[in-house]
Design a protein around this ligand. Structure first.
Ligand SMILES: Cc1cc2nc3c(=O)[nH]c(=O)nc-3n(C[C@H](O)[C@H](O)[C@H](O)COP(=O)(O)OP(=O)(O)OC[C@H]3O[C@@H](n4cnc5c(N)ncnc54)[C@H](O)[C@@H]3O)c2cc1C
Length: 338
């Protein structure tokens, strides 16, 4: 690890002032410290923001919640109002990492965690995300984890966060502060597709500090859930995941929200499937037709082709579960397995 300056900020303005060129904010450190140790990132200095007063979850005037950037993943998942109004978010967070890591990991850091592509983590191989212009080893290499949607000739990796898939269906807003003032970024515009600049994961500008995530009032989210397919029961990122919320009237879909993880460079809001399903009877046949319409733009190779039926089956199964009145959280509350 190369030497760097380390400073601790006590206020947001102080954090913004302390950050110099080539520096980075340090929150829980569960992703950034790994990168520094592995030699895949260098910084001129770290500004520790972990002591900033951004640890509250408060109600907003519009009936939503404002989650401070330093609320830990554990505290967010355990908060009664999150569990009640946005079960998909609590379930998504609990599907990720481990208890110890969720205790350290913060809301802001989770938004900015970087890909788990094996080539990104191996400095001996080309990776456009780690070293722009060097090439993408994953395109013709180990392809099991590659994206289905929105990849480019420069990068085929996927976004690793579970929490962010839930935030995508909730139309969250990321609040960022810079020396110039505050900026509010709609969640759909926060993460980006790789295009020809895959080194940029988000639209956050250099020097901006995330101070909060705002969750609008989303009544349909009270009936929502998250499901994740992974290779181990813990410590494993999503092969494919689905965040879903469903509102029916007389057996007809009045509102549906769907987002998929493990399939694109950003949490993938399945807008095509949502449009296809809205107004239709809530049958497995229509659920399948909706995700088929979404999959029309999917591109896969021999090693990640398994993700297509996995995603199709998961979407149908999750929507059936919501239609039939069950969610993992409800089963747990009733004393069953979560
Ligand atoms: C073994 C392991 C397994 C994991 N499994 C999963 C999983 O299954 N699912 C999942 O979703 N995640 C998983 N994670 C990732 C984990 O969720 C992230 O490491 C964590 O959320 C990052 O948060 P942090 O506060 O530690 O961020 P840090 O490591 O402190 O920072 C990450 C990045 O965000 C920047 N940053 C942090 N806070 C701010 C801010 N407020 N404003 C601006 N920039 C900021 C930092 O500069 C850095 O670039 C796993 C991690 C590990 C180590």
């Amino acid at each position: 690890m190369k030497p760097f300056d380390f400073q601790r900020a006590n206020t947001v303005p102080e954090a913004l002032d302390l950050l110099g060129p080539g520096g980075a904010f340090l929150a829980g450190g569960t992703n950034l410290v790994d990168h520094l140790r592995a030699g895949i990132r260098e910084v001129s200095g770290l500004v520790d923001v972990s002591r900033l007063d951004l640890t509250d979850i408060t109600e907003t005037a519009g009936g939503g919640l404002r989650v401070g950037a330093l609320v830990s993943n554990s505290d967010m998942a355990a908060h009664p109002l999150i569990r009640q109004r946005y079960p998909v978010l609590a379930e998504a967070i609990l599907a990720g990492a481990s208890g110890q890591i969720r205790n350290m990991a913060t809301t802001g850091g989770n938004l900015l965690q970087r890909t788990r592509c094996v080539y990104f983590y191996d400095p001996a191989t080309p990776c456009n995300k780690r070293e722009p212009g060097s090439g993408c080893s994953a395109i013709h290499g180990f392809g099991k984890y590659n994206a289905l949607f929105g990849a480019s000739e420069h990068c085929v990796t996927v976004h690793p966060s579970d929490m962010c898939v839930a935030l995508a269906v909730l139309d969250a807003v990321v609040v960022a502060q810079s020396r110039e003032g505050e900026r509010r970024i709609p969640f759909a515009d926060f993460h980006r597709l790789p295009g020809d600049t895959p080194q940029l994961d988000t639209t956050l500008r250099p020097g901006e500090l995330i101070t909060a995530v705002e969750l609008p009032a989303v009544p349909v989210a009270a009936h929502s859930t998250y499901r994740k397919a992974r290779e181990r029961a813990s410590y494993a990122f999503a092969l494919v995941s689905v965040a879903a919320a469903l509102h029916l009237e007389g057996g007809v879909v009045r509102e549906v929200r769907l987002a998929c993880g493990g399939v694109a460079h950003k949490p993938w809001r399945a807008a095509v499937a949502e449009a296809e399903l809205t107004g239709r009877p809530a049958t497995a046949e229509h659920f399948r037709a909706a995700i088929e319409a979404e999959l029309g733009s999917a591109r896969s190779g021999p090693e990640n082709a398994f993700k297509v039926p996995m995603l199709r089956n998961m979407v149908v199964s999750v929507l059936e579960e919501l239609r039939d009145g069950g969610t993992p959280q409800r089963r747990a509350e009733q004393g069953g397995a979560a």
